[in-house]
Design a protein around this ligand. Structure first.
Ligand code: HGY
Ligand code: MN
Ligand code: MN
Length: 420
């Protein structure tokens, strides 16, 4: 068989029912009453999800490895044992009360691709690795995409260890417990070479469904910026302290958020601006709030717009501080990026050869692929999700679309793993 025929043979071995059944088994871990999942990074549920992957890998005789931030690697060997692998993957952690497919599809669908390649009897030159990146969502420990950022050298592991979740648990402790839950694994260094990386994911928006198209050949990711804003005022008695004598951190923060809304105003509705966390302390009805923490998530595809808005975020907060102290800490600073043209062409080409409708599209959501794009030729495969709903328990996708994505992925992985 030539290389293209091998790629198509591997794709043909993808089993829709097997993929769906594994997807549903994964969705049971942290399942919520409304059909979603709550699987915070480095939680018990995350550990159960990892152990399930390790169990599936063991059933098929695939080697498993990890690294210092508990990224989990599952290997389909190649003829050249020491060659840099072609890698696929995504994340197993979810948003709080998130969906069943965001992240989990890229891991479970990636596993299906590995199994299909093995069952088709296709042996590639390079190994093919599946990776489950740690803490992509950043719902428990900020920032998100942490495992891939540490792998890529964008963040240092040391700087993350002292992070604390809302219950006071440190990342260091949660990470140690997670690493201990899959003992005896080979340890890989951060930044070990990848030959190429392709991540499968649900689209998380409505474009594919609206266009009646099955596969998105993802061209890049819009710019993504996170900040944590801390506003410090002064506790005071709600009944006795005149308004003019107060330093009310909540009122100041509310003014800041309103003013930021003005800064981000956009008639074209391209700018994305979200305040997803807003904490008020001490949180008593009769005490003027002394401390507020809130997050800013700002996204845009155009570097010129980003260059106009970003430098104004801090001044807008400071101007609206109303006598309070304000400090702003950036936690994510990901410029807009383009994926590798050859990988985009390959995704588009195999999707079409496999009989799937396909279109090129950018990603509105952030992904681990964004960090890996700086290390090796990288691309992504999107499949539709119902009504574009994501970061929501109602998130849904069809078995047929998930299988189409896994077929396209299997073909790309084989092709890439046979390249020099
Ligand atoms: O927020 C994001 O874009 C990703 O889904 N974590
Ligand atoms: Mn995701
Ligand atoms: Mn997500």
């Amino acid at each position: 068989m030539d290389a293209k025929a091998e790629a198509l043979a591997a794709a043909a071995a993808v089993d829709e029912a097997r993929l769906w059944s594994r997807q549903m088994a994964m969705a049971e871990i942290g399942a919520t009453e409304k059909g979603g999942v709550n699987r915070a990074a480095l939680s018990d549920e995350d550990r159960r999800a990892r152990r399930l992957m390790v169990e599936w890998a063991g059933d098929l005789g695939f080697e498993v490895a990890t690294d210092g931030i508990a990224n989990l690697y599952i290997r389909l060997p190649g003829r050249q044992a020491d060659a840099a692998p072609v890698v696929t993957g995504s994340h197993l952690d979810s948003q709080p009360r998130g969906g069943r497919f965001d992240g989990a599809y890229g891991v479970v669908g990636g596993f299906e691709a590995l199994e299909a390649i093995a069952r088709a009897g296709v042996e590639t030159e390079r190994p093919i690795d599946l990776v489950a990146w740690t803490n992509e969502e950043g719902g428990r420990f900020q920032p998100g995409a942490m495992g891939s950022a540490v792998f890529a050298g964008v963040l240092s592991l040391e700087d993350q260890l002292g992070l604390v979740d809302l219950q006071g648990v440190t990342l260091e402790d949660a990470l140690a417990e997670t690493l201990a839950s899959t003992p005896g694994l080979e340890q890989r260094p951060f930044g070990h070479p990848f030959a190429a990386y392709v991540e499968a994911h649900i689209e998380q928006g409505p474009r594919l469904e609206n266009a009646g198209t099955t596969i998105g050949a993802v061209t890049g990711i819009q710019g993504l910026y996170w900040y944590t804003v801390e506003v410090r005022g002064e506790e005071a008695h709600a009944g006795t302290t005149p308004l003019k004598a107060r330093k009310d951190a909540l009122k100041a923060a509310a003014h800041m958020v309103h003013a930021l809304g003005g800064l981000m105003a956009d008639e074209t509705d391209t700018t994305r601006f979200t305040v997803g966390r807003f904490e008020c302390h001490p949180g008593s009805p009769a005490t003027v709030p002394s401390r507020v923490l809130f997050t800013i998530d700002f996204r845009h595809p155009d570097p010129a717009v980003i260059a106009r808005i970003k430098p104004n975020i801090e001044p807008v907060c400071k101007v609206n501080a109303q006598g309070c102290a304000v400090s702003i800490r950036p936690t994510i600073d990901n410029a807009p990026l383009q994926f590798d043209p050859a990988v985009i062409d390959m995704v588009e080409g195999y999707a079409a050869r496999l009989g799937h409708s396909v279109m090129r599209m950018p990603s509105g959501a952030g992904h681990d692929a964004g960090h890996i794009n700086h290390l090796c030729p990288t691309g992504m495969i999107f499949v539709p999700c119902e009504r574009g709903v994501s970061h929501n328990e109602a998130e849904n996708a069809t078995p047929a679309d998930l299988a189409a994505g896994a077929r396209t992925l299997a073909a790309c992985l084989v092709d890439l793993a046979n390249q020099e």
